[in-house]
Design a protein around this ligand. Structure first.
Ligand SMILES: [Zn+2]
Length: 392
């Protein structure tokens, strides 16, 4: 007699009149239930749809509201049990119901892996079907006709994000020159973000249209420059650091702006540091990054924290300065801002400007990555689209 048939008969019809005989009856059910579950798990499913279907079938067989085995047991064993058997049947039935929780669909799905069976056990079988529902041979416990030509399941490997990749590349160049990497908080005080960098009270960048304020004294840092001050205060001079990291500005996202972006700050402080050191270092850096044949061009500029200040462009590495789409036909690509550290900034860092001098620069890592990989929309970096990211 099958389990279903038994579950549809009363205990009296099964000839059970003694409480001592009840546990063995339920033990058989528990074993059957567990065996069916284990068999299903060992078998696995060929697809997500099949997994859902298999899990639901096993669950319904036991726990279906109308025709499930437990529903019948409730009717024909428990409810119609004679009074003296009721306690033991009730207890056993509850235990079975506890165990049956393992048959809930989400639990089954968690354990039921999707896999493609290997087919060597298909004796003499000819590969006929590719994909689709593959019949199951219970005797040899493998799918019949599974295709040997199908590739195995491959776990996709991630890759390094292009921004991270470029950041590391720049870091390596400066690490080889003896610089160290310094980091600082992204939630920064107004003092470190502006005051200590000689950015005066009325400077437009302090406007809350440009900078994201947490409160009156706290901002999301609008550049990585505050790390300069923190490093000076912590380490003193001489100092050779780079500070890569995230910065934030109140910019609407478009092809060239993102409210969150990546900067890299460089700072060198020592005795007898001159503008020539700055030029030489940045020229070396540009050649390492873009190739030996590029030239650098310094134009005068203004920043509150450097004096004198400059902007550096590199001859277009893609057209040798002839003019192309990537340099907008100008032959030059704007790289970064730089200058000699303002004496006021050195003082805020606790360094004597009479004794020490230094230079600093700041560059956009995202922009470097856009130039390097010929990407025309900065938003692509932050949208998390695998189709874009897997190209790197
Ligand atoms: Zn060009």
């Amino acid at each position: 007699m099958t389990i279903e048939e038994k579950s549809r008969k009363t205990l009296a019809e099964l000839g059970v009149a003694d409480a001592a005989a009840v546990p063995a009856l339920f033990a058989e059910l528990r074993e059957a239930m567990q065996r069916e579950r284990e068999e299903l798990i060992a078998r696995g499913a060929g697809s997500e749809a099949e997994r859902q279907q298999l899990a639901k079938a096993l669950r319904d067989r036991w726990l279906g509201r109308k025709n499930g085995i437990l529903a019948y047991l409730d009717e024909s064993w428990l409810k119609s049990a004679p009074k003296d058997l009721k306690p033991v049947v009730g207890r056993e039935f509850n235990q079975l119901r506890q165990l049956a929780r393992e048959l809930e669909i989400d639990r089954l799905i968690r354990d039921l892996t999707i896999r493609l069976e290997e087919s060597p056990s298909v004796k003499g079988g000819i590969v006929k079907s590719v994909g689709g529902a593959i019949p199951w041979d219970a005797k040899v416990n493998v799918r019949i006709g599974a295709s040997l030509t199908l590739p195995g399941y491959r776990r996709p490997l991630g890759s390094i994000h292009p921004v991270t990749r470029v950041q590391r590349e720049i870091e390596d160049i400066f690490l080889n020159l003896g610089f160290t990497i310094e980091t600082g908080p992204e939630i920064e005080s107004v003092y470190y973000n502006f005051d200590a960098l000689n950015i005066l009270e009325n400077h437009p960048s302090r406007d809350d249209w440009d900078t994201i304020y947490v409160d009156a004294q706290t901002v999301l840092r609008s550049h990585t420059s505050p790390v300069q001050i923190r490093a000076m205060q912590k380490r003193g001079a001489p100092l050779y650091i780079i500070a890569p990291g995230k910065s934030y500005r109140r910019d609407n996202p478009d092809a060239t702006h993102s409210p969150m972006f990546h900067q890299l700050e460089g700072l060198a402080i020592d005795t007898d540091i001159t503008f020539a050191d700055l030029k030489g270092t940045l020229d070396f850096f540009a050649k390492k990054f873009f190739g030996e044949k590029v030239r650098t061009r310094f134009n005068p500029s203004f920043f509150p924290f450097t004096e004198p200040s400059g902007e550096v462009a590199v001859s277009c590495p893609f057209c040798d300065g002839q003019g192309c789409r990537r340099c907008k036909q100008s032959g030059w690509i704007e790289l970064l801002g730089c200058g000699m550290v303002h004496p006021e900034v050195l003082r805020h860092g606790g360094i004597d400007p009479e004794r020490y001098s230094g230079w600093a620069f700041g560059l956009g890592i995202d922009r470097f990555a856009m130039v390097k990989y010929d990407i025309n929309d900065i938003q692509l970096f932050f949208q998390g689209d695998v189709r874009f990211l897997e190209q790197f």
